[in-house]
Ligand binder design. Structure first.
Ligand code: ADP
Length: 295
């Protein structure tokens, strides 16, 4: 980070609407546009995540529109498995978004350390992912970039879905979105083939997430993006023999080329993998680094 860039994020950030000063704390992470810091309300010491986007990066009209869209969509959401949106404001340098802080980073870091999760852990996380996505779909929102890095974890290892930068609102029943500005990680075949897409793209991504958690690597991973896209188009992936039959079935129904054949979130929440078998009500923090023993 250059010095000049750094200077433009002040040590004390002022929200002029709410008249709140936030002290800038430690750096949390960096995305395509945003830098994320821990920020502390100077009046009551409450801690938040400050997602800060430099206005210098928002030069094109469509980048500004995307930022406005992200704020519009995210600020209307309220659910225990969605990162809570507190407020937003700006100064002449930056846009500031004040969010619920997720101290245990994301499922990406969890995946890097643990690789393969146990089925009870996967059931525990999947229930929460499905609950959050159910809320989004019930409110006519498609996330469109569900991936491990956007599934944040709080102190209690509860899932909080974040980053609504690629999200879209379905305006009328049956609408198919034609465009998507960006590159989703677990991209569905109908997006690659530009066939128009809707809620089913999130189901595809959830299928890729569940596969990755249980197998330890993504289903369509290859050396190059081009080959990966070919595999996605052909729906070519290997299911691991060691998985339980319920887990295999649940992954298989989500990873189908034809979006209309994929189950809805309501059906997935009733799937045998979710409803049968042990599901812990909470996980110890040690699960970030070590497989738990359920005995
Ligand atoms: P971008 O929209 O630019 O891709 P992200 O939303 O991905 O930005 O945020 C960038 C990084 O900041 C994330 O990878 C993550 O490490 C961190 N981050 C984002 N939101 C939070 C949060 N609520 N709590 C903790 N860290 C967060």
């Amino acid at each position: 980070m250059s010095k000049e860039e750094n200077i433009q994020i002040p040590d004390v950030i002022y929200d002029p609407f709410a008249k709140i000063h936030y002290k800038k704390g430690r750096f949390f992470g960096k995305g395509a546009f945003a830098k994320c810091y821990e920020i502390i309300n100077a009046q009551n010491n409450e801690v938040y995540a400050g997602k800060i986007v430099s206005k210098k990066l928002l030069v094109k009209q469509n980048q500004k529109e995307k930022m406005t869209q992200e704020i519009q969509i995210h600020s209307a959401l309220n659910h225990q498995n969605i990162v809570a949106f507190h407020s937003f404001f700006e100064d002449s340098f930056n846009i500031y978004i004040v969010l619920e802080l997720c101290k245990k980073r994301s499922m990406m870091e969890l995946h890097r350390r643990r690789r393969v999760l146990t089925e009870p852990e996967t059931r525990y996380y999947m229930k929460q992912i499905l609950s959050g996505v159910h809320y989004l779909h019930s409110n006519k929102i498609i996330h469109r970039d569900l991936k491990l890095g956007n599934l944040l974890l709080n102190d209690k290892l509860q899932i909080k879905i974040g980053d609504f930068g690629l999200a879209a609102k379905i305006v009328y029943d049956g609408e198919r979105k034609k465009t998507l500005c960006g590159t989703p990680n677990y991209i569905a075949p109908e997006i690659l083939n530009k066939m128009g897409h809707s809620y089913e793209v999130d189901i595809w991504s959830v299928g890729c997430i569940m596969y990755t958690l249980l197998v330890g690597r993504p289903p369509f991973e290859t050396k190059s993006l081009k080959e990966t896209y070919e595999r996605i188009r052909k729906c070519e992936y290997k299911i691991c023999a060691t998985l339980s039959s319920h887990a295999k079935h649940m992954i298989m129904i989500m990873l189908q080329s034809d979006p209309s054949r994929r189950p809805k979130i309501e059906q997935l929440r009733k799937h045998d993998f979710i409803t049968n078998g042990y599901c812990p009500s909470s996980l110890p923090i040690s699960c970030l680094t070590m497989a738990p023993r359920f005995d």
